[in-house]
Every structure is written in structure tokens, then in C-alpha cells.
Design a protein. Structure first.
Ligand SMILES: NC(=O)c1ccc[n+]([C@@H]2O[C@H](COP(=O)([O-])OP(=O)(O)OC[C@H]3O[C@@H](n4cnc5c(N)ncnc54)[C@H](OP(=O)(O)O)[C@@H]3O)[C@@H](O)[C@H]2O)c1
Length: 271
């Protein structure tokens, strides 16, 4: 068991979770406990190599993190590898949601099981893990629990209702956990960022739609390009710093102004 701080990252094999795992090992010297189900084995192996090069440990736990049982088993494994009060950062980076509409009466109408699964993976599991970590006294003093979200809760995007509703629930869980865990010295925040190219996004869109997505974001984002997972990852250590200690129960806008121009683009498409 190491005496270094640990980051527990759900969804560490790919996209945002993998980028945060590497950043925490490389720039902050954290050991990492990652969870994934094994769909991105190549990326997981690459991450293991990259973290090994930093001299830090990566423990990859291959299991479902989106259920109460998964959280309990995962927390038991964290206890075995890292020990009590070792987890300084917990990041929930699971992307596993169903697309569909509510009452279309067509093939894409969401089944209640799809809605339930989406909520378990993308919202409820944040609470299951918080409960399992607290019950085993795994959180270090001043630990940060971080959820990830997107700007979809502020508007409407075709067939993303289950994911968006789960994100709205996640936001409320974050606030309540912040209040409940505050007296113990822990902080709970939600980091909101705009679209970054990850397997989750590539899964949702066709190649043509992806090209359209990219060009639209170039127009939308004031900086004229899409955000990257590395940029999101580099911001996470900032949130752990003393200067950011007053962020609690907060939804932190890291969208780079992504939605500011939506109306402008509709009303003045040629400008
Ligand atoms: N990509 C974006 O544009 C964007 C923007 C804003 C916010 N976010 C948020 O950032 C988070 C990560 O998204 P991403 O795009 O980085 O996703 P991603 O690249 O698809 O990675 C998702 C990760 O979660 C794991 N995973 C999914 N369900 C799991 C489960 N039940 N148990 C264990 N592991 C599971 C996946 O591995 P396995 O499939 O092998 O389990 C993978 O490691 C999500 O909360 C997403 O909403 C993303």
C-alpha cells in the first residue's frame, strides 16, 4: 500500500476519464484506481504503459461501476489496494446512456429499462460510489468528488432526453452530497464542459454527422475550435488546489462559451 494520494476514476479506459487519470499521475503524482468494463482494452493497456512511465501505479478494475453492487465491490478493491483515507480525488466519468425519444411510438421510443440503465450509470452510481467510499472511510481529508456534465441540460437536443435527464439528476446529487460531506471536509462539484471528441461522441454520431459537429463547434466556440480532453484533464488538478477550495456544490462552467452564439447563429447564419 502506498502513502501517495489516490485518484479513483470511473470510466478510466477511455476519453475524459483516461485523460484525467494520466494527468493526475503525471502532474500530481497520484496513484490511480480506474474502473471500466473492458470495451476499450487497447486504450486501457496504453494508459497502463503511460502511467507506468510516470512511476505511479495504475490499478485497473474491470467491472460494472454503474450499479450499487458494482460500487460496493469496487470500493472493497480500493480498500485492498489503497487503504483507508487514501482517495483524494474521485471522478465519475461513465458514459453509458440510451438515445431515443419519449413518446415517438416508433423504434426509437425509450423503453423504461433503457431509462433506468441510463440513470444508474450516469447519475445514481455517483451516489452509490459516494456511499461505498464513505462507508469504508476511504476518502482522504479534503477529498474532491467530481461529476462531469455538458451544456445539454440548458437546451434541447434531439433524442438525448434520457442522458440529459440523468445529468440533471446528477447535478442535484452533487449539491446534496456537497452539503452532507462538507462537515467532513470533502467537496463535491460538477464540471461542465462542451463537446470533446471521445468514443462516446463517436458512438452517437455517423462520420458525416461528426464532420458537421466539428464545423458547427468551430462556429459556436468563440475560440474557433473544439475543446480537447487534455484541456479538461489539465483543469482537474486546479480544482484540487487550495485556491479552488471554496468551490463546493458548484456546477463549474468550463464550456468556453460554447452556447453563447446559438441564437446568433440561427438568426444571422451568414455572419
Ligand atoms: N465527450 C463529450 O463531449 C463530453 C462533454 C461533456 C461531458 N462529458 C461527460 O464526460 C464523461 C465521460 O464521457 P467520455 O465522452 O469521455 O466517454 P467515453 O470516452 O465513452 O468513456 C466512457 C468510459 O466509461 C466506461 N464505462 C461506461 N459505462 C461503464 C460502466 N457501467 N461501468 C464501468 N465503466 C463504464 C467506458 O469503458 P467500458 O465501456 O469498457 O466500460 C469508458 O472507460 C461522461 O459523464 C460524459 O457525459 C463528455
Amino acid at each position: 500500500m502506498s502513502t501517495r494520494p489516490w485518484a479513483v476514476i470511473l470510466g478510466a479506459s477511455s476519453g475524459t476519464g483516461a485523460a484525467i487519470a494520466l494527468e493526475m499521475a503525471r502532474s500530481r503524482g497520484f496513484d490511480v484506481f480506474g474502473v471500466h468494463r473492458g470495451r476499450y482494452l487497447e486504450q486501457a493497456a496504453r494508459l497502463e504503459q503511460e502511467i507506468a512511465q510516470t512511476g505511479r501505479r495504475l490499478v485497473m478494475h474491470q467491472a460494472d461501476a454503474g450499479s450499487p453492487e458494482g460500487a460496493v465491490k469496487g470500493a472493497e478493491a480500493v480498500l485492498a489496494h489503497a487503504g483507508p483515507r487514501s482517495v483524494k480525488l474521485f471522478v465519475h466519468s461513465l458514459a453509458s446512456g440510451s438515445l431515443g425519444r419519449l413518446v415517438s411510438g416508433e423504434q426509437d421510443q425509450l423503453h423504461h429499462r433503457q431509462i433506468e440503465r441510463t440513470f444508474h450509470a450516469m447519475a445514481h452510481s455517483f451516489v452509490y460510489w459516494a456511499q461505498a467510499l464513505v462507508a469504508r472511510d476511504l476518502l482522504a481529508p479534503e477529498a474532491l468528488l467530481l461529476g462531469l456534465t455538458n451544456p445539454l441540460t440548458e437546451s434541447h437536443l434531439y433524442n438525448t432526453v434520457a442522458i440529459t435527464a440523468a445529468k440533471a439528476a446528477l447535478e442535484i446529487y452533487v449539491r446534496h452530497l456537497a452539503v452532507e460531506l462538507g462537515p467532513r471536509g470533502h467537496r463535491v462539484n460538477l464540471l461542465k464542459f462542451g463537446t470533446v471528441m471521445t468514443p462516446a461522441v463517436q458512438h452517437v454520431y455517423s462520420p458525416e454527422a461528426l464532420a458537421h459537429l466539428e464545423s458547427t463547434h468551430q462556429k459556436m466556440n468563440p475560440v474557433g475550435r473544439m475543446c480537447t480532453v487534455e484541456e479538461v484533464a489539465r483543469f482537474v488538478p486546479v480544482l484540487l488546489g487550495e485556491e479552488a477550495a471554496w468551490f463546493n456544490g458548484a456546477t463549474i462552467d468550463f464550456t468556453g462559451g460554447m452556447t453563447l452564439r446559438l441564437l446568433d447563429l440561427l438568426l444571422n447564419p451568414r455572419r
